[in-house]
Design a protein around this ligand. Structure first.
Ligand SMILES: [Fe+2]
Ligand SMILES: [Fe+2]
Length: 470
């Protein structure tokens, strides 16, 4: 285990060649995956040469190879980060005991649920982004979209490996189900709601990769702490790829924000006149994707979350480095909750508030990016600023879902929400306008009018590099 086998049909560093049964099972799944990719992957660009990076090793810094690839020929592999030095369980009731190489029988159900839920998001996002290639604002952006797509495909492989290797027949069934659910489908939707929302234009794409992929970062990081070592190492390697997805989202929004500010000033406050995106529309997209992404962390008060932590399956963000008490049997967390139509602080046993602990980290990270965007606005000389809505605003799950809150998190009536919802959330008119201005730009180095160019190209290539050969 550990050596990278790049020549195998399924590149891997998990010793597939020595495990004939597992190899056979995965080779059986490969054509099913390809069928899904051809049906539901990026529409229209499958025979084009795209400048993509492929994972070829797990060494820090040197794991990626850049070259022109046609997407169906992408080498989707199974890579785990090498084990760390400390191979003991880092938190929960088993803290200090050796990490598990096989699944403890009593945790099989919970681990299966965790892995399937994570796995389901990977193909879902590819489906949501399926048609965006044909409206890409530049070849640079088109390439980044496809990079994200093939890597989400690889993340599915990473999760499916765990299902096949550790869950026998149940794992095989789950792997097939992962290819049969569809984002937004009425009968067989994806498991989590954010992954069933339409992502029909690039403002949503960048908001999605910023806010929703960022949920992925925090979920993967907390699973990378797991006492079940194969899952921890799989998630750890996925995080190295995720960094680029977050970069695409954060810088993509930054470029739109900069351009919108410029066009707003040039047009005396009406950037729509020249096909630009008004800043209030960007704010509505932030509100929309941020609130959906907050749902992904699960209930504020959750016995599942307490169990996952106590059982050593899912830790906190950077559990080993950032915390001293890794057991957390005592202690409470204050969670504001609604009682008698008012918001009261409620003491929740700390373990039961684990989802909220992770959500705090996520919100802090989103805040950091928001401050950066506001510095961009400041530099252009415009006075507008962007904000993050309250975590209570427009939630579909958890303790805040039954009430209505304004952007500041204050309780409001249903009528007030209805009266303001088109002001606060990306609405039909916005989506209609956004799809109308998004036209494919294919000349190397050229950008659509609604977005500023990036600061630099990919892998030290110039911005006008031919990232996609059309
Ligand atoms: Fe992913
Ligand atoms: Fe991602």
């Amino acid at each position: 285990m550990g050596n990278v086998d790049l020549n195998a049909r399924i590149p891997n560093n998990v010793g597939l060649a020595d495990d004939k049964r597992l190899l056979k099972a995965l080779e059986h799944w490969l054509p099913l995956y390809m069928e899904w990719w051809n049906d539901m992957g990026p529409a229209g660009f499958q025979t084009k040469d795209i400048y993509l990076r492929t994972a070829i090793s797990v060494e820090a810094g040197g794991w990626a190879n850049f070259d022109y690839v046609q997407m169906p020929d992408y080498r989707w592999g199974i890579f785990l980060t090498p084990p760390g030095e400390d191979r003991t369980i880092g938190f929960g009731d088993h803290v200090g005991k050796p990490v598990w190489q096989e699944i403890p029988g009593e945790y099989r159900g919970n681990l299966r649920r965790i892995i399937v839920t994570q796995a389901d998001t990977e193909p879902a996002s590819v489906e949501q982004q399926r048609f965006l290639g044909s409206t890409a604002p530049s070849l640079y952006d088109m390439r980044n979209l496809f990079q994200v797509n093939v890597e989400e495909g690889r993340h599915l492989w990473a999760m499916v490996y765990l299902l096949f290797r550790f869950f026998g027949k149940d794992g095989r069934d789950e792997a097939e189900e992962l290819l049969s659910r569809r984002s937004g489908d009425e009968d067989k939707p994806r498991i989590l709601n954010a992954f069933n929302q339409p992502c029909d234009h690039w403002l949503s794409f960048f908001s999605f990769t910023h806010f929703t992929d960022r949920d992925g970062k925090f979920q993967l990081a907390s699973l990378a702490e797991s006492g079940f070592e194969p899952m921890a190492r799989t998630c750890d390697f996925m995080l190295t790829e995720e960094v680029h997805h977050l970069f695409v989202g954060e810088t993509g929004l930054d470029r739109i924000i900069r351009r919108s500010a410029e066009l707003t000033m040039e047009t005396d406050g009406d950037p729509k006149k020249v096909g630009g995106i008004p800043l209030d529309m960007i704010q509505r997209s932030i509100n929309y994707w941020f609130s959906y992404s907050l749902d992904l962390f699960g209930g504020e008060i959750s016995s599942n979350a307490a169990n996952f932590f106590g059982e050593g399956l899912k830790g906190r963000f950077k559990e080993k480095n950032r915390y001293e008490d890794h057991v957390m049997k005592e202690g409470v967390k204050i969670v504001p909750n609604v009682r008698d139509n008012r918001i009261h602080d409620e003491e929740v046993p700390y373990r039961n508030a684990m989802n909220e602990v992770l959500r705090d980290e996520y919100i802090a990270d989103c805040d950091r990016a928001l401050r950066k965007w506001n510095r961009t606005l400041e530099k252009t000389g415009i006075e507008n600023r962007l904000t993050l809505p309250s975590r209570r605003f427009k939630r579909h799950q958890g303790i805040y879902a039954d009430n209505d809150f304004n952007l500041e998190g204050e309780l409001i009536s249903k009528e007030e929400m209805e009266a303001n919802v088109t002001e606060w959330l990306l609405n039909d008119e916005d989506n209609h306008y956004l799809t109308s201005i998004m036209k494919q730009v294919v000349e190397p180095g050229k950008m659509a009018n609604w977005i500023a160019p990036p600061a630099r190209g990919i892998n030290s290539q110039p911005i006008d590099f031919e990232y996609v050969r059309l």
